[in-house]
Design a protein around this ligand. Structure first.
Ligand code: GLA
Length: 384
């Protein structure tokens, strides 16, 4: 009697399981244009010296989500749909503030006062020699020991018809990490309904100073922590790059990329020639557009997810870094272990060591002038 009913019962149970799995998959999908745009503020804990850190979640009408914190003006996650409409977090990072405070290789951070290296932490300006904090052997890297990535920024929300945003402000004081001049800075992140993440920078100063602000997300368009980024296809709008010495300081030369592994003028897989570059890519590319208008700098395609990212910038350079120093010792979000090449950075910027390279575009901001920089990350997915 019982045996007679066992098979149909098992069949019904199996159907229920399959059906609820499919229903869940469907509900994971994002319905374009149907989500309520918005900004949510929450606590993200306190720094060891007791300063409150806030988390802002920006959502656009298509369900893209950017989460930003006031510590380092860090983008802690960025959820973007894949070709099936399923969202995935495409930037490396940590689950909590502690992770960012203990050891952060600049995941998602705003880098300043000077992104990348200044040789021997020294430069001369208007006849005066300045000495900066050195934190990369004998060189100065990404603003020094306590750069803009390690300070708590003030924040206010920015709500527009077609965008949700956060405006971060920070006053870098005269003498901070060795730099001259009080430098009030503003960084506005906006998530638009055209599926763009815009980063807009502004600063002024009361003494002449070098400045080079950038954003340092490590991307993996297949999803953070899912593997290496070597099969991502990259195109860079750059016919020249700045070769570096052993310590990654530019030699001053602008060298054509043609016939070298540096040639990304047509899209190619990151992994195609990465082994021909000592340590991996960690180079500044000289963008073809040098007139300060917004122009395409990079396009990255990841075939398995279909995700595509385009980067537009007003800056003259872009640092292409392939996560060469990640070595499996960092456990990031959702317990993922980050190994070599698990993320890539495309940092829009002026060239490294410009304060010591008179032939590079100037990075000096003077009283009465305004520093501005706009970078736009545009996301979409392709079925191919
Ligand atoms: C930049 C530098 C790299 C490295 C990373 C952070 O991309 O060019 O050499 O310092 O930041 O680890």
């Amino acid at each position: 009697m019982i045996i007679k009913y066992i098979r149909p019962v098992i069949l019904i149970l199996a159907l229920v399981v399959v059906f609820s799995f499919c229903a869940k998959k469907e509900s994971d999908k994002i319905e374009k244009g149907k989500i309520e745009m918005g900004i949510k503020k929450q606590s993200f804990g306190k720094t060891p010296d007791g300063i409150d850190v806030d988390l802002y979640t920006l959502t656009n009408a298509n369900g893209l989500k950017a989460r930003l914190i006031t510590y380092g003006a860090i983008l802690v996650s960025l959820e973007v749909p894949d070709k099936n409409g399923t969202p995935g977090d495409i930037v490396l990072g940590y689950d909590d503030l502690d992770g960012y405070i203990k050891e952060n290789p600049y995941f998602g951070a705003i880098v300043g006062r000077y992104g990348n290296r200044i040789a021997k932490g020294k430069f001369k300006l208007d006849g005066v020699e300045y000495r900066l904090a050195t934190n990369n052997d004998e060189n100065h890297l990404h603003g020094g020991i306590k750069g803009f990535d390690k300070v708590v920024w003030q924040a206010e929300t920015v709500q527009k018809k077609e965008a949700a945003g956060v405006k971060f402000t920070y006053l870098s004081k005269d003498g901070e990490e060795g730099y001259p001049g009080n430098l009030p800075c503003t960084v506005i992140y906006e998530l638009t309904n055209a599926d763009e993440l815009k980063v807009r920078y502004e600063a002024t100063t009361d003494k002449a100073t070098p400045i080079n602000l950038t954003h340092h997300s490590y991307f993996n368009l297949a999803g953070q922590g899912t593997g290496d980024i070597l099969s991502h296809q990259v195109l860079l709008a750059a016919d020249y790059y700045t070769p570096v010495d052993e310590a990654l300081i530019p030699t001053g030369e602008l060298r054509p990329v043609k016939d070298s592994p540096m040639d990304f003028t047509s899209a190619k897989a990151i992994g195609k020639e990465v082994d021909l570059v000592k340590g991996g890519y960690d180079h500044n590319f000289v963008l073809n557009n040098q007139n300060g208008t917004l122009a395409l700098a990079a396009k990255v395609v990841e075939f398995s997810s279909g995700r595509i990212m385009e980067i537009y910038t007003t800056e003259p350079g872009i640092q292409f870094y392939t996560g060469n120093f990640l070595d499996g010792t960092i456990t990031g979000k959702a317990g993922k272990v980050y190994k070599k090449h698990y993320g890539f950075c495309l940092e829009t910027q002026h060239y490294p060591d410009s304060p010591n390279k008179p032939n590079f575009p100037s990075v000096i901001l003077r009283p009465g002038e305004k520093y501005t920089h706009l970078t736009v990350h545009k996301f979409y997915a392709s079925q191919e």
